[in-house]
Design a protein around this ligand. Sequence first.
Ligand code: NAI
Length: 334
Amino acid sequence: MRTAVFSARPYDRRFLEEATQRADAAWPVEFLYFDATLDVHTAALAQDCEAVCVFVNDRLDAPVLQALHALGVRAILLRCAGFNNVDLAMAGQLGFFVARVPAYSPEAVAEHALALVMTLNRHTHRAYNRVREGNFMLDGLLGRTLYGTTVGIVGTGKIGLATGRIFKGMGCTVLGHDPYPSSAFDAIGAYVALDDLLARADIVSLHCPLTPDTHHLINTTSLARMKPGAMLVNTSRGGLVDTHAVIGALKARHLGHLAIDVYEQESALFFQDRSGEIIDDDAFQRLMTFPNVLVTGHQGFFTVEALQEISEITLRNLGDFAAGRPCANAVPLP
Ligand code: NAI
């Protein structure tokens, strides 16, 4: 089964090859690795392949799906949980098999959300540089004790629950909002309406998927409802947050801190070395000027354990497709 792996970084190759050796697949599997992001210009790289293996910023819109189908590709394997980058209606129309990795170490993302909060709150990134330069002044490093503060979790699924548990363990009051409440979350926090959560939380952490309903969930109106000085954390998907509205709230000194691992226009930046280039994204560059903003480049998932799980489940999904078996991780298509 020839499979074109797009957006392939050295770690993708390493973990997919290791998983292939461990799986000892009864069917031949051959991965072809391409650095390129999948789009209408790069789809041709999947020539002679039956499957493509893609990541969050690969684009599987109607023209790309049609191009892949014309090349003979029949399966799409997402190395991630979210599938907002796939035109599901077109994939269904063309008869594609689409499978994802619904869960891989949710704790990895939850722990990264905690790392962002702790860094921004206690300014460890600034302290690191200061101390290396022999500056031991504390001015500008003042944080807050998180014990006793209120953390609002928007989306209490696997990652939201793991995040809530961490903050509960730190002695925070945990609030949650989710159209589908869970008893597991009930055990650690209280469900409230979104407006109530925004008004009460010192830290708002986003863990819901990006859908047409959640696009720009955080906008001028919802930001105005947040407590003055509160921290917004987004490790879910960039499109949940209206970047221009957030810049406005930071400039107005209403939003206290912003920590993001995902960014609405990240596909033009993330997972690439752009250090020697001029970055044209003015909104991103404006964000970089705020001392109370911390951005990481979509690394919430990036642990050994998560990459092993992603590769193993991807391989299993491919095996189900190859054998024509029902696949538990298939994305339902309209
Ligand atoms: P999940 O499916 O277990 O949980 C998502 C929860 O969001 C569900 O409980 C759902 O009911 C809820 N939800 C849906 N619409 C909502 C709304 N309007 N308001 C509040 N809650 C809503 O998904 P999981 O595994 O927890 O992942 C969450 C998101 O994290 C994914 O969609 C993905 O975008 C992101 N993610 C980010 C990673 C990173 O590296 N930064 C890695 C993995 C996932």
